[in-house]
Design a protein around this ligand. Structure first.
Ligand code: NAD
Length: 279
């Protein structure tokens, strides 16, 4: 009899992560759920059990992540699917955001995921199987949003290292997929998740308007359903060959196609310069 697959999901206390782990438990998977505060997760789902392991961990601390992965292995004996989901949006133009604001967003969205990958890979490599989903954003594919440069940069980084990871781990029977969601109706744009710049510069009118629109009119009216994103991740995890790139949502589809067109246009329009640099 096939044993239940074990999923490790980061950022499981709300939003997409919480939706996903609830669905996984309903569908009889085993779940390791990481969070900064186990209390709310335990209130929501229940205490640790034979199928559920909540772990409080600071993802930006490699030794805490290592200990969490060891605890997961001791509890379930394996990890089959990893979802690097934890992350937040730092709004603010490049001039507005301090070094600390920018680096903190990278610490969570980029280095947190790298800590997880570094510590799960020895086990996935040994067991010669595994599926890794790294949650980027459509902002990790197209960065032309005023006031979202740092967030987009973190998500471009996720896309870049996932493409490399997919190449590095395929020989071990492990797949890596970068997921580019469009707007999903979660807490992402709500108070307590998204961060606004400490020192806003009013002259950045477009960025301010975009910030207001995101916090007010877009928040709560996002076109995509996190339940359906969770269904897609579960379905893709069953594919023999999961894709390297997975775009989620019709808004993300349109933006991804637009980016591909813009890139092709620039490549073709400036081709004579491009091809002029060889010896
Ligand atoms: P959310 O705010 O509802 O949930 C984010 C999760 O990440 C929470 O569990 C939160 O606790 C965790 N998290 C945030 N900051 C953290 C930190 N410093 N350390 C550890 N964990 C932290 O938002 P969501 O929509 O569920 O976001 C999930 C992922 O999807 C994020 O990586 C986000 O960037 C990405 N994403 C979301 C959207 C969207 O529209 N909702 C679009 C594109 C990408």
């Amino acid at each position: 009899m096939e044993t239940r697959k074990v999923w490790l999901v980061t950022g499981a206390s709300k939003g997409l992560g919480l939706t996903l782990i609830k669905k996984l438990l309903q569908e009889n998977y085993c779940v390791v759920a990481t969070t900064r505060s186990a209390k709310s997760l335990i209130e929501e789902i229940g205490n640790a059990s034979g199928v559920f392991l909540p772990i409080e961990v600071n993802l930006t601390d490699n030794s805490e992540v290592k200990a969490a992965v060891e605890k997961s292995m001791a509890h379930f004996g394996k990890i089959d699917v990893v979802v690097n989901n934890a992350g937040y949006g730092q709004i603010g133009t490049l001039e507005e955001l301090s070094d600390e604001e920018a680096r903190t967003n990278f610490d969570v969205n980029v280095f947190g995921s790298l800590n997880v990958i570094r510590n799960v890979m020895p086990y996935l490599r040994k067991q010669k199987s595994g599926t890794i989903f790294n949650i980027s954003s459509v902002g990790g594919l197209f960065g032309g949003f005023s006031g979202f440069g740092i967030y987009c940069a973190t998500k471009f980084a996720v896309a870049g290292f996932t493409e490399a990871l997919a190449e590095e781990v395929k020989a071990f029977g492990v797949s890596a997929t970068v997921v580019y969601p469009g707007y999903f109706r979660t807490d992402f744009l709500a108070n307590g998740s998204v961060k606004i710049p400490n020192l806003a510069i009013e002259e950045y009118e477009d960025a301010r308007q975009s910030e207001t629109a995101h916090l007010n009119s877009i928040n709560g009216n996002q076109p995509n359903d996190p339940e359906k994103a969770a269904d897609v991740l579960i379905a893709i995890s069953k594919e023999d060959t999961p894709p390297v790139h997975l775009v989620l949502g019709s808004d993300a589809y349109d933006m991804a196609k637009n980016k591909a067109d813009l890139l092709n246009k620039d490549i073709e329009q400036w081709k004579s310069y491009t091809l002029s640099t060889g010896f």
